[in-house]
Write a protein that binds this ligand. Structure first.
Ligand SMILES: [Zn+2]
Length: 92
């Protein structure tokens, strides 16, 4: 959180100017790491692509009732498909 010592208050990062100065007094603020001009901090070594799954990419396991529902739907649609094929065959 950027801190302006002159105004003695915290500043939300969007309110800090691009130059990293306080919009109230124009003085440079402390700990202005949220400035849009700065390069993002590099992640710590070994943090990217570790052996474990990346956070937010792995989906939770499919619930059992959803698997059962999917299997039942496949069976039912296959049955209806065969019925349709039989209907078409008997038409001609
Ligand atoms: Zn200020």
């Amino acid at each position: 959180m950027p801190w302006c010592a002159t105004c003695d208050r915290f500043l939300s990062p969007p309110t800090v100017t691009v130059e990293g100065t306080c919009p109230q007094c124009g003085r440079p603020v402390e700990a202005g790491r949220a400035r849009p001009g700065d390069a993002p901090e590099p992640p710590p070594a070994g943090a990217e692509r570790g052996p474990g799954p990346a956070a937010g990419e792995e989906l939770p396991p499919v619930p059992r009732h959803l698997k059962f529902l999917g299997a039942a739907m496949v069976v039912y649609l296959g049955y209806r498909f065969l019925q349709g094929v039989e209907w078409v065959v008997h038409r001609f």
